[in-house]
Design a protein around this ligand. Sequence first.
Ligand SMILES: [Zn+2]
Ligand SMILES: [Zn+2]
Length: 362
Amino acid sequence: MRRLFPISSSPFETAKTLKDRGKFLNDRKEIIGKVPGVEVGDVFQYWNELNIIGLHREMKYEKYIDHVIRDRKRIATSVVCNGLDDDGLEHYEVYISTEIRENAELLVNSFNVKNDIRVIIKCFLKNSGRCGMDVYCYYGLYKEEVAWNVLMKYGIDGIRKGLIVEDISRQREAVPICVINTVDKERLTVESFVYKTKMIYPNWCKPIPVPHLGCDCEGKCGDSAKCLCAVRNGGKIPYNKNNVIVASGGVIHECGPYCKCSADCPNRVSQKGIKFNLEISRTERKGWGVRSRATIPAGSFICEYIGEVIEDDEVDKRVDNDEYLFSIGDYHMDDSVLKEAYAVLCWMATRMLRRRTVIVVP
Ligand SMILES: [Zn+2]
Ligand SMILES: [Zn+2]
């Protein structure tokens, strides 16, 4: 009989010899989820046994998270955890404290993809051997619970505690809009959350092109009687050079595509989109909300209130727990305004958050 490795070699050397000779099981496959032939409760004496059968491929001891590459992203496939207390998986310790910075990213990816993660528990058996011994027990498949528990537990630089989605807008805003939940297990995903950047109008309320309403200014508009848009705003451009509202009043008329002024005209603010680091965050009592990571100067444009325009009759049919209705009929809006241009409801910063209606010539 040919000997593959010396009898006195360590489990690591044995495993390495087997790997070099192509003797690992399932070696050419990247397994996500169940490994053929391994059942929940199977116990292994050595770390390297996990490698040999494909349950956990990382051969180096203390590499507690294994991964594969999917769509150019690293996603976690298995984790080795340290025992369990009476509360079960909810409160287990994961042996990754020293690796967390490099591995939090793949847990976030795994959380978003919702792939199965194999959980292996390292247990100490008091009654085995002369003074007890560590063994590895296959605990089963878990989806995002593993990633969730780890991310909730460690708040670290780069990857924030409770971060679920890095940019729910999928780069359709100039700044990423992340989703954070440090409160409970509710989650929003890129798939379940429909992020809109354009209003949806019903047939009875389509914006009407009105080229004659554009101003003829060259370069930037100013407080001139020649600028149609300034005239509509009471003779003054309503924003200062920091894009902050200076003129009080209800409706603001911005320059639009039919205006001849330049893109850096001071009367174009809301149409340039979100500038502040807003994030969707879970609150303890009020469900999901939007907050800013930085202080927003009073009078700044925050975001556009975008959605579908529906009639009152339609409201009763549609409303369920996920609807956020915004009544626009009673606020500086009348038929002439709707016919003239289209209205953009904006959140502007004041001492209290207030909505403003900004009219943009379509
Ligand atoms: Zn202008
Ligand atoms: Zn103008």
